[in-house]
Design a protein around this ligand. Structure first.
Ligand code: PHE
Length: 340
């Protein structure tokens, strides 16, 4: 009785141990090791039980044999259940590793940013295109005819001084000091009526917080019959309201340009956040001088027009609240990304 209980107890213990160990396994390799450990030819069930049958009381043998076989079946069953679980677990893991979420956003690439000046220039172009104007370009290396003479600019005008302008060949070629030569180039080629804007680079010998040696202007020219200062004022007011998205009024102050008569400095005004009226000079303008029409072969008795020239840097600084014009050319990456 003593012996009988002991061997069954031992068998039960092996069974519990096997079940426990099988549960704890987490790879097929370990599982196979357990199979060999318990069920193999030199495994626990064979060596400790089946091979010992001969030493047992003959009466006990059949039952021990049976129970050992039942235990073997049970362990076999447990192994196969665990194997299935491991196989599907491993498959899941592999799938998880291979899984690609095609809905995830792609790797971000830093693209460039449009420079504030170009942005302003394009906005200006859009405003005038929507009024029916064409956009024109002219060369940055000009000759004195287009830059000065055809624009009725006399010898004594300060812009003609070699200290103020970049001459390439004295009295012949220079870097254009304004976009006004595009007026002449356009009128030479085309018959009136004319409605153009001409943005681009211009060059003057200046450098400080409000002047760059190279900067941008946009020219405007409108030529038709019976054009008057009212047309000029209305056009510029519309231009400024569109550009600044504000209810702006403008004021014309008498001024002088050789190629316009009368000539004006144009100021814009708006109410600041304290309700105070502010005035700021933004561009030069005027009615096209008859001498300019004569230079391009238009009859000044028939045709009339207005012209204006605005600094794009100045408009950009006003629009974005910049205080130093040099920020526009320094190349500070934070500025270029418009993070400032
Ligand atoms: N060309 C002038 C300048 O550069 C501006 C201007 C253009 C004035 C057209 C009147 C008419 O200062």
């Amino acid at each position: 009785m003593e012996k009988k209980n002991k061997i069954f107890e031992e068998l039960e213990k092996v069974k519990q141990q096997a079940v426990g160990e099988i549960k704890g396994v987490d790879s097929q390799k370990e599982l196979e090791e357990l199979r060999v450990k318990y069920l193999g030819k030199k495994g626990i069930l064979t060596t400790r039980f089946l091979k010992q049958l001969g030493k047992l009381d003959p009466q006990l043998r059949p039952q021990v044999g049976q129970e050992t076989n039942a235990c073997k079946d049970m362990i076999t069953e447990q192994l196969s259940v665990k194997k299935k679980a491991l196989v599907s677990e491993e498959k899941e893991k592999r799938e998880e590793e291979l899984y690609v979420d095609i809905t995830r956003p792609g790797a971000r690439r830093r693209t460039g940013y449009e420079h504030l000046l170009k942005k302003t220039q394009k906005e200006i172009e859009e405003i005038f295109i929507s009024l029916g104007y064409a956009v024109k370009e002219g060369p940055e290396i000009e000759n004195v005819f287009y830059n000065f003479e055809a624009l009725n600019t006399p010898d004594w005008h300060p812009a003609r001084d070699e200290h103020d302008s970049f001459y390439l060949k004295e009295n012949e070629y220079l870097l254009r000091t304004h976009t006004s030569p595009v007026q002449i180039r356009t009128m030479e080629k085309e018959a009136p009526p004319i409605a153009i804007v001409a943005p681009g680079k211009v060059y003057r010998s200046d450098y400080d917080a409000t002047h760059l040696p190279m900067f941008h202007q946009t020219e405007g020219l409108f030529v038709d019959k019976d054009v008057n200062v009212g047309h000029l004022k209305g056009t510029l007011e519309h231009f400024m309201r569109e550009l600044f998205s504000k209810d702006i009024t403008i004021r014309l102050r008498p001024s002088f340009f050789p190629f316009t008569e009368p000539s004006f400095e144009v100021d814009i005004s708006w109410k600041d956040k304290y309700g105070k009226i502010q005035w700021l000079e933004v561009l030069g303008a005027g009615m096209v001088d008859p001498n300019v029409f004569k230079a391009v072969g238009y009859d000044p008795e028939v045709w009339s027009g207005f012209a204006f020239g605005a600094g794009i840097e100045r408009l950009t600084m006003l629009k974005y609240g910049l205080t130093d014009i040099r920020d526009l050319v320094r190349g500070d990456i934070r500025f270029l990304r418009q993070e400032l």
